[in-house]
Design a protein around this ligand. Structure first.
Ligand SMILES: Nc1ncnc2c1ncn2[C@@H]1O[C@H](COP(=O)(O)OP(=O)(O)OP(=O)(O)O)[C@@H](O)[C@H]1O
Length: 324
Protein backbone atom coordinates (compact mmCIF):
# COMPACT_ATOMS: atom_id res chain seq x y z
CA UNK A 1 0.00 0.00 0.00
CA UNK A 2 1.33 3.44 -0.81
CA UNK A 3 2.31 6.05 1.69
CA UNK A 4 -0.50 8.44 2.76
CA UNK A 5 0.69 12.04 2.88
CA UNK A 6 -2.67 13.58 3.72
CA UNK A 7 -5.57 11.82 5.45
CA UNK A 8 -8.79 13.67 6.19
CA UNK A 9 -11.61 11.89 7.92
CA UNK A 10 -14.86 13.81 8.35
CA UNK A 11 -12.80 16.94 8.95
CA UNK A 12 -14.76 19.93 10.22
CA UNK A 13 -14.17 23.52 11.20
CA UNK A 14 -16.89 25.84 12.39
CA UNK A 15 -16.51 29.57 13.06
CA UNK A 16 -18.81 31.57 15.24
CA UNK A 17 -19.43 34.89 13.56
CA UNK A 18 -21.09 37.69 15.52
CA UNK A 19 -23.04 40.17 13.47
CA UNK A 20 -25.12 43.17 14.48
CA UNK A 21 -28.77 43.04 13.59
CA UNK A 22 -30.82 46.13 12.70
CA UNK A 23 -30.75 47.28 16.33
CA UNK A 24 -27.70 47.08 18.56
CA UNK A 25 -28.20 43.43 19.40
CA UNK A 26 -25.41 41.07 18.28
CA UNK A 27 -26.38 37.63 17.05
CA UNK A 28 -24.03 34.69 16.80
CA UNK A 29 -24.09 32.64 13.61
CA UNK A 30 -22.22 29.42 12.87
CA UNK A 31 -20.24 29.19 9.63
CA UNK A 32 -19.42 25.61 8.64
CA UNK A 33 -16.27 26.50 6.70
CA UNK A 34 -15.21 22.83 6.40
CA UNK A 35 -18.15 20.50 6.80
CA UNK A 36 -17.12 16.83 6.94
CA UNK A 37 -14.39 16.34 4.33
CA UNK A 38 -12.82 12.90 3.88
CA UNK A 39 -9.97 12.32 1.43
CA UNK A 40 -6.60 10.66 1.17
CA UNK A 41 -3.63 11.85 -0.86
CA UNK A 42 -0.70 9.50 -1.42
CA UNK A 43 2.99 10.26 -1.78
CA UNK A 44 3.89 11.61 -5.20
CA UNK A 45 0.38 12.71 -6.20
CA UNK A 46 -0.33 16.19 -7.57
CA UNK A 47 -3.77 17.32 -6.48
CA UNK A 48 -5.69 20.49 -7.27
CA UNK A 49 -8.00 21.75 -4.54
CA UNK A 50 -10.51 24.10 -6.11
CA UNK A 51 -13.73 25.85 -5.21
CA UNK A 52 -15.46 29.21 -5.32
CA UNK A 53 -14.49 32.04 -2.96
CA UNK A 54 -15.30 31.14 0.63
CA UNK A 55 -15.74 27.40 -0.16
CA UNK A 56 -13.34 26.32 2.60
CA UNK A 57 -9.99 25.78 0.85
CA UNK A 58 -7.81 28.00 3.04
CA UNK A 59 -9.46 26.71 6.19
CA UNK A 60 -8.63 23.13 5.13
CA UNK A 61 -5.02 24.09 4.41
CA UNK A 62 -4.71 25.82 7.76
CA UNK A 63 -5.83 22.60 9.47
CA UNK A 64 -3.46 20.49 7.36
CA UNK A 65 -0.52 22.64 8.35
CA UNK A 66 -1.37 22.98 12.04
CA UNK A 67 -2.33 26.68 11.99
CA UNK A 68 -5.96 25.97 12.91
CA UNK A 69 -7.47 23.42 15.28
CA UNK A 70 -10.24 21.31 13.72
CA UNK A 71 -13.71 21.45 15.30
CA UNK A 72 -14.23 17.77 14.51
CA UNK A 73 -12.99 14.77 12.56
CA UNK A 74 -9.40 13.81 11.99
CA UNK A 75 -6.47 15.13 9.98
CA UNK A 76 -3.03 13.60 9.47
CA UNK A 77 -0.31 15.24 7.40
CA UNK A 78 2.81 13.18 6.62
CA UNK A 79 1.61 10.87 9.38
CA UNK A 80 1.53 13.64 12.02
CA UNK A 81 -1.26 15.32 13.90
CA UNK A 82 -0.69 18.87 12.64
CA UNK A 83 -1.43 21.03 15.70
CA UNK A 84 0.37 19.12 18.49
CA UNK A 85 3.16 17.97 16.17
CA UNK A 86 3.54 21.21 14.25
CA UNK A 87 7.32 21.54 14.70
CA UNK A 88 8.04 18.02 13.50
CA UNK A 89 5.61 18.48 10.63
CA UNK A 90 7.38 21.71 9.57
CA UNK A 91 10.38 19.61 8.52
CA UNK A 92 8.23 17.61 6.13
CA UNK A 93 6.16 20.30 4.44
CA UNK A 94 6.68 23.49 2.46
CA UNK A 95 3.91 26.06 2.15
CA UNK A 96 3.52 28.94 -0.26
CA UNK A 97 0.69 31.42 0.31
CA UNK A 98 0.34 33.63 -2.78
CA UNK A 99 -0.94 36.47 -0.65
CA UNK A 100 1.53 36.22 2.23
CA UNK A 101 5.33 36.10 2.35
CA UNK A 102 7.69 33.90 4.30
CA UNK A 103 10.71 35.87 3.11
CA UNK A 104 12.52 38.56 5.11
CA UNK A 105 11.31 41.77 3.54
CA UNK A 106 14.41 43.92 4.15
CA UNK A 107 17.03 41.29 3.42
CA UNK A 108 18.44 40.23 0.07
CA UNK A 109 16.64 37.15 -1.23
CA UNK A 110 19.74 34.99 -0.85
CA UNK A 111 19.86 35.62 2.92
CA UNK A 112 16.31 34.34 3.39
CA UNK A 113 17.42 31.00 1.96
CA UNK A 114 20.43 30.86 4.31
CA UNK A 115 18.24 31.71 7.32
CA UNK A 116 15.71 29.02 6.35
CA UNK A 117 18.49 26.45 5.95
CA UNK A 118 19.66 27.35 9.47
CA UNK A 119 16.10 27.15 10.88
CA UNK A 120 15.78 23.67 9.39
CA UNK A 121 19.24 22.83 10.80
CA UNK A 122 20.51 21.70 7.41
CA UNK A 123 24.26 21.06 7.37
CA UNK A 124 26.04 23.44 4.96
CA UNK A 125 27.14 20.54 2.78
CA UNK A 126 23.49 19.72 2.10
CA UNK A 127 22.06 23.23 2.11
CA UNK A 128 24.50 24.82 -0.33
CA UNK A 129 23.96 22.53 -3.34
CA UNK A 130 20.22 22.52 -2.73
CA UNK A 131 20.02 26.32 -2.68
CA UNK A 132 22.15 26.51 -5.84
CA UNK A 133 19.87 23.98 -7.52
CA UNK A 134 16.78 26.07 -6.65
CA UNK A 135 18.44 29.31 -7.78
CA UNK A 136 19.18 27.73 -11.11
CA UNK A 137 15.83 25.97 -11.54
CA UNK A 138 13.83 29.11 -10.71
CA UNK A 139 16.23 31.47 -12.49
CA UNK A 140 16.85 33.66 -9.45
CA UNK A 141 20.49 34.62 -10.15
CA UNK A 142 19.79 38.16 -11.40
CA UNK A 143 18.08 39.37 -8.23
CA UNK A 144 19.60 37.34 -5.39
CA UNK A 145 21.15 40.46 -3.84
CA UNK A 146 17.96 42.53 -4.13
CA UNK A 147 15.99 43.15 -0.92
CA UNK A 148 12.74 41.21 -1.13
CA UNK A 149 10.62 44.38 -0.84
CA UNK A 150 12.04 45.56 -4.21
CA UNK A 151 11.23 42.38 -6.16
CA UNK A 152 8.43 42.22 -8.71
CA UNK A 153 5.54 39.92 -7.84
CA UNK A 154 6.77 37.24 -10.28
CA UNK A 155 10.31 37.37 -8.90
CA UNK A 156 9.08 37.24 -5.33
CA UNK A 157 6.82 34.24 -6.01
CA UNK A 158 9.74 32.32 -7.47
CA UNK A 159 11.68 33.26 -4.34
CA UNK A 160 8.78 32.05 -2.17
CA UNK A 161 8.70 28.68 -3.92
CA UNK A 162 12.48 28.28 -3.51
CA UNK A 163 12.16 29.19 0.19
CA UNK A 164 9.46 26.55 0.69
CA UNK A 165 11.67 23.88 -0.91
CA UNK A 166 15.08 24.52 0.68
CA UNK A 167 14.61 21.62 3.13
CA UNK A 168 13.29 19.20 0.47
CA UNK A 169 9.79 18.78 1.95
CA UNK A 170 7.79 15.67 1.08
CA UNK A 171 4.67 17.79 0.63
CA UNK A 172 4.48 21.20 -1.04
CA UNK A 173 1.27 23.14 -0.47
CA UNK A 174 0.67 26.05 -2.82
CA UNK A 175 -2.20 28.42 -2.06
CA UNK A 176 -2.89 30.58 -5.15
CA UNK A 177 0.76 30.58 -6.28
CA UNK A 178 0.11 32.21 -9.67
CA UNK A 179 -2.32 34.93 -8.56
CA UNK A 180 -1.46 38.23 -10.25
CA UNK A 181 1.39 36.78 -12.34
CA UNK A 182 1.73 37.42 -16.05
CA UNK A 183 1.58 34.49 -18.50
CA UNK A 184 5.35 34.08 -18.78
CA UNK A 185 5.91 34.08 -15.02
CA UNK A 186 3.05 31.61 -14.56
CA UNK A 187 4.46 29.27 -17.15
CA UNK A 188 8.00 29.48 -15.77
CA UNK A 189 6.73 28.59 -12.30
CA UNK A 190 4.61 25.70 -13.59
CA UNK A 191 7.50 24.29 -15.59
CA UNK A 192 9.74 24.42 -12.54
CA UNK A 193 7.15 22.59 -10.41
CA UNK A 194 6.79 19.85 -13.03
CA UNK A 195 10.56 19.29 -13.04
CA UNK A 196 10.88 19.47 -9.25
CA UNK A 197 8.15 16.89 -8.83
CA UNK A 198 9.70 14.55 -11.38
CA UNK A 199 13.14 14.80 -9.77
CA UNK A 200 12.23 14.85 -6.08
CA UNK A 201 8.91 12.97 -6.03
CA UNK A 202 7.36 15.86 -4.08
CA UNK A 203 3.63 15.59 -3.39
CA UNK A 204 1.75 18.71 -4.51
CA UNK A 205 -1.45 20.19 -3.15
CA UNK A 206 -2.49 23.29 -5.07
CA UNK A 207 -5.34 25.73 -4.66
CA UNK A 208 -5.93 28.12 -7.51
CA UNK A 209 -8.56 30.04 -9.43
CA UNK A 210 -6.68 29.39 -12.67
CA UNK A 211 -7.75 26.13 -14.34
CA UNK A 212 -4.58 26.19 -16.46
CA UNK A 213 -2.54 25.66 -13.27
CA UNK A 214 -4.57 22.51 -12.62
CA UNK A 215 -4.36 21.32 -16.23
CA UNK A 216 -0.59 21.72 -16.31
CA UNK A 217 0.22 20.36 -12.87
CA UNK A 218 -2.43 18.04 -11.45
CA UNK A 219 -3.83 14.63 -12.37
CA UNK A 220 -6.39 14.66 -9.62
CA UNK A 221 -8.84 17.35 -8.52
CA UNK A 222 -10.83 17.86 -5.34
CA UNK A 223 -13.68 20.33 -5.70
CA UNK A 224 -15.02 21.85 -2.49
CA UNK A 225 -18.38 23.58 -2.29
CA UNK A 226 -19.71 25.11 0.93
CA UNK A 227 -17.26 23.08 3.00
CA UNK A 228 -18.16 19.72 1.40
CA UNK A 229 -16.41 17.71 -1.30
CA UNK A 230 -18.37 18.00 -4.54
CA UNK A 231 -15.89 16.00 -6.63
CA UNK A 232 -12.82 13.83 -6.06
CA UNK A 233 -11.31 12.25 -9.16
CA UNK A 234 -9.17 12.74 -12.21
CA UNK A 235 -9.06 15.97 -14.16
CA UNK A 236 -10.18 13.96 -17.19
CA UNK A 237 -13.21 12.69 -15.27
CA UNK A 238 -14.06 16.23 -14.18
CA UNK A 239 -13.86 17.51 -17.75
CA UNK A 240 -16.17 14.67 -18.86
CA UNK A 241 -18.72 15.71 -16.24
CA UNK A 242 -18.63 19.44 -16.66
CA UNK A 243 -17.18 19.91 -20.16
CA UNK A 244 -14.35 22.33 -19.50
CA UNK A 245 -15.15 24.49 -22.48
CA UNK A 246 -12.88 27.31 -23.58
CA UNK A 247 -13.99 30.33 -25.56
CA UNK A 248 -12.02 31.99 -28.34
CA UNK A 249 -13.12 35.59 -28.91
CA UNK A 250 -12.06 37.07 -32.25
CA UNK A 251 -12.27 40.61 -33.62
CA UNK A 252 -12.77 40.60 -37.38
CA UNK A 253 -11.69 43.19 -39.95
CA UNK A 254 -15.17 43.07 -41.54
CA UNK A 255 -18.37 42.24 -39.60
CA UNK A 256 -19.64 38.78 -40.44
CA UNK A 257 -22.60 37.99 -38.16
CA UNK A 258 -23.37 34.34 -37.42
CA UNK A 259 -20.05 33.00 -38.72
CA UNK A 260 -19.86 29.20 -38.33
CA UNK A 261 -16.74 26.98 -38.16
CA UNK A 262 -16.58 23.13 -38.05
CA UNK A 263 -14.87 22.46 -34.70
CA UNK A 264 -16.44 25.12 -32.42
CA UNK A 265 -19.83 26.56 -31.57
CA UNK A 266 -20.56 30.23 -32.11
CA UNK A 267 -21.82 31.37 -28.69
CA UNK A 268 -21.99 35.12 -29.16
CA UNK A 269 -21.88 38.01 -31.59
CA UNK A 270 -21.12 41.59 -30.56
CA UNK A 271 -20.30 44.88 -32.33
CA UNK A 272 -22.72 43.97 -35.14
CA UNK A 273 -20.74 40.85 -36.01
CA UNK A 274 -17.22 42.33 -35.75
CA UNK A 275 -16.60 40.37 -32.52
CA UNK A 276 -17.58 36.71 -32.24
CA UNK A 277 -17.10 34.08 -29.56
CA UNK A 278 -16.45 30.40 -30.30
CA UNK A 279 -16.75 27.75 -27.62
CA UNK A 280 -14.79 24.48 -27.94
CA UNK A 281 -13.77 21.44 -25.90
CA UNK A 282 -9.96 21.38 -25.51
CA UNK A 283 -9.86 17.58 -25.46
CA UNK A 284 -11.41 17.54 -28.95
CA UNK A 285 -9.73 20.44 -30.70
CA UNK A 286 -7.27 23.26 -30.04
CA UNK A 287 -7.51 27.03 -29.98
CA UNK A 288 -5.05 27.08 -32.91
CA UNK A 289 -7.38 24.84 -34.96
CA UNK A 290 -10.43 27.01 -34.24
CA UNK A 291 -8.43 30.13 -35.12
CA UNK A 292 -7.26 28.54 -38.36
CA UNK A 293 -10.87 27.73 -39.28
CA UNK A 294 -12.01 31.29 -38.56
CA UNK A 295 -9.01 32.76 -40.43
CA UNK A 296 -9.86 30.65 -43.48
CA UNK A 297 -13.15 32.55 -43.89
CA UNK A 298 -12.50 35.95 -42.29
CA UNK A 299 -9.62 38.29 -41.50
CA UNK A 300 -8.88 38.18 -37.76
CA UNK A 301 -7.60 41.44 -36.21
CA UNK A 302 -7.32 40.43 -32.55
CA UNK A 303 -8.18 37.52 -30.27
CA UNK A 304 -8.51 36.47 -26.63
CA UNK A 305 -8.90 33.04 -25.10
CA UNK A 306 -10.95 32.58 -21.93
CA UNK A 307 -10.42 29.77 -19.43
CA UNK A 308 -13.29 27.83 -17.85
CA UNK A 309 -14.25 29.61 -14.62
CA UNK A 310 -14.03 27.52 -11.46
CA UNK A 311 -17.29 29.08 -10.26
CA UNK A 312 -19.03 27.63 -13.35
CA UNK A 313 -17.54 24.18 -12.71
CA UNK A 314 -18.79 24.22 -9.11
CA UNK A 315 -22.23 25.44 -10.19
CA UNK A 316 -22.55 22.65 -12.78
CA UNK A 317 -21.51 19.98 -10.26
CA UNK A 318 -24.00 21.39 -7.75
CA UNK A 319 -26.89 21.25 -10.24
CA UNK A 320 -25.91 17.71 -11.29
CA UNK A 321 -25.97 16.55 -7.66
CA UNK A 322 -29.43 18.09 -7.11
CA UNK A 323 -30.77 16.47 -10.28
CA UNK A 324 -29.43 13.05 -9.36
N1 LIG B 1 -11.36 33.31 11.08
C1 LIG B 1 -12.57 33.25 10.57
N2 LIG B 1 -13.63 33.69 11.25
C2 LIG B 1 -14.87 33.62 10.74
N3 LIG B 1 -15.16 33.09 9.55
C3 LIG B 1 -14.16 32.62 8.82
C4 LIG B 1 -12.80 32.66 9.28
N4 LIG B 1 -12.01 32.11 8.32
C5 LIG B 1 -12.82 31.73 7.31
N5 LIG B 1 -14.11 32.03 7.61
C6 LIG B 1 -15.27 31.75 6.77
O1 LIG B 1 -15.23 30.39 6.40
C7 LIG B 1 -15.65 30.20 5.04
C8 LIG B 1 -14.53 29.50 4.26
O2 LIG B 1 -13.42 30.40 4.15
P1 LIG B 1 -12.05 29.99 3.43
O3 LIG B 1 -11.13 31.17 3.60
O4 LIG B 1 -11.60 28.68 3.91
O5 LIG B 1 -12.51 29.88 1.92
P2 LIG B 1 -11.64 29.74 0.60
O6 LIG B 1 -12.23 28.61 -0.16
O7 LIG B 1 -10.20 29.66 0.94
O8 LIG B 1 -11.95 31.10 -0.13
P3 LIG B 1 -11.03 32.04 -1.06
O9 LIG B 1 -10.95 31.36 -2.40
O10 LIG B 1 -11.83 33.31 -1.12
O11 LIG B 1 -9.71 32.20 -0.38
C9 LIG B 1 -16.01 31.59 4.54
O12 LIG B 1 -17.38 31.75 4.70
C10 LIG B 1 -15.24 32.51 5.46
O13 LIG B 1 -15.88 33.76 5.57
Amino acid sequence: MSDAIIELDELRRTFIVRARTGGLRRVAREVHAVDGISARIDAGEAVGYIGANGAGKSTTIKMLTGILVPSGGRVRTCGYEPVPQRRTLAREIGVVFGQRSQLWWDLPLRESFDILAAIHRLPAARARPRIEQLIEGLELQAFLSTPVRQLSLGERMRGEVAAALVHRPRLLILDEPTIGLDMISKERLRQFLITERAEEGTTLLLTTHDMSDIERLCERVLVVDHGKLAYDGTLRGLSRRVALQRVLVVDLAEPQPGLEVPSAVNVGTELNGARQSFSFAPDQTTAAMVLAEVSAVAEVRDLTLTEPAIEDIVRTLYHQSIES
